[in-house]
Structures are given as C-alpha cells and as structure tokens.
Write a protein of this length. Structure first.
Length: 132
C-alpha cells in the first residue's frame, strides 16, 4: 500500500478513537436518567384527570371526555389522546412528536381489540355458559 494512503488511514483511525473516547467520557458524565427515559403508554386513571386537564390547557386543546390514552415519561404525563375524538395534545415545550405517534399506534390497537370483542364476543366463556 502507498505510504500516503497508510498515513491517511492511520490519521482517520486515530481521529475515530479520539471521538469514541470523547463519547465514552460524555456518557460516563451524563446520568442514566438523562440518557434514557422510561416511556409508558396507558389509559388515563381518575388520579390523572388533573394532569391531563392541565396538559390540555397548556396546549390550548379542549378538555377530553371519555377514555384517554396518555404517554408518560419518567412518571410525568407529556401527551394525551382522547379515544373518542383522536385529537392529540401534548406539552408544547418538549419534543413530543414520537409520543403522539406512539399514542396513535396504540389507539389503533385498542380500536382493533374492541372490534374483535364485538365480533367474537359470543365465544367468551361467560357467554357460552349462558347459552347452555
């Protein structure tokens, strides 16, 4: 191999190792909670009503009625999606586009589950016992 090419490859490798070392030092200095977030998608409970209402006011959305899916990040509700209107609202001061996408995907799953229960509800054991 030509000496100039070898020198350039060695220089690039040294630069890669320096960058990798800087990233490792940065990761070591950053606490785990800042690097990784626990995201939970679930139905809102009664005790979440105030937080969901505050989030709606913060985003300028209507107060939700009925069942609401919420996206919780490290225990804090950051986005919500009412299942009846499908008009999501979220914290406008944080990046929440991914959370809203997760909520919409889960809402489709919930709608599909409800459709299956309606269509095949007669196959449930409780219903079968009644028919015997």
């Amino acid at each position: 191999m030509h000496p100039e090419i070898e020198r350039e490859l060695a220089r690039q490798r040294v630069e890669e190792l320096r960058r990798a070392g800087a990233i490792a030092r940065l990761r070591a200095a950053t606490p785990r909670a800042a690097r990784e977030a626990d995201v939970v998608i679930r139905l809102a409970r009664r005790e979440d009503a105030l937080a969901v209402e505050a989030l709606a006011v913060l985003d300028g959305a209507e107060s939700p009625h009925g069942r609401v899916l919420v996206a919780e990040v490290n225990g804090e509700i950051r986005a919500a999606l009412p299942l009846d209107t499908r008009a999501a609202f979220a914290d406008p001061f944080r990046r929440t586009a991914d959370l809203v996408a997760l909520l919409e995907a889960r809402a489709q799953q919930v709608a599909g589950e409800r459709g299956l229960h309606r269509r095949f509800g007669w196959l449930r054991p409780v219903t079968m016992r009644r028919s015997v």
